[in-house]
Design a protein around this ligand. Sequence first.
Ligand code: AP5
Length: 208
Amino acid sequence: MKSNIVLLGPPGSGKGTQGERLGSELGYTRLSTGDMLREAVRNGTPLGIKAKGYMDSGGLVPNDLIIGLMKEKISEVSGGVILDGFPRTVEQADALAKEVDVDLAINLDVEDAELVQRLTNRRSCPKCNAVYHLISNPPADEGVCDKCGSRLYQRDDDKAATVQNRLRVYRENTFPLIAYYEKKGKLATIMGEGTIDEIFAKVKEAVQ
Ligand code: AP5
């Protein structure tokens, strides 16, 4: 099995959903920069205070805030790691290459209209970070997390206006990483539309 895996793809393409399953079913440690930053914002840490404005507007948190944090988290992991949401710029990818060998970058390819539909219908758990979709993946009890019982919420950056900015920011900053990893012979592009199970079957095949 591949050890160090980067999940690429636009907002809403299913990085968190697939990354969580790779963790629970195949034993990878999943590191999500989005989850880390949201926790920092909730706890009002110095990082969270600096990051909040960028996140709320759908922009990227500056590289100098995120690269050091990820280096530290990666150094604490033993065994296979799934990087969800990092790298997001070429500068971050170059910094990552100095820390670990990336064995595989999985690019989840999803059309914009589907992304908007997924993000505006997403509900998230503030405690355990589980994600749901009001139509395709609802919780058993409306508004309540199946895993930990917390009340679900809609992320501020999942409101329609911010979603459009996130898609623009993705195209400008993160899309070039597809060519970056392709050039290194590490890229697997997976069509990210279909059921979560269907996509997970393709993801599993790519990592084995
Ligand atoms: P982050 O949390 O990483 O957001 P993102 O990359 O925009 O990704 P999302 O979490 O929105 O989507 P996803 O691809 O994980 O999809 P999901 O599985 O949830 O980052 C948030 C912010 O933090 C950034 O905007 C930035 O400000 C900052 N940040 C983070 N990392 C950074 C970095 N490295 N550098 C700088 N700034 C950084 O699925 C979405 C929905 O679709 C869910 O409802 C789900 O249930 C549903 N769904 C999933 N799969 C399917 C399917 N196959 N069919 C139908 N529905 C599905």
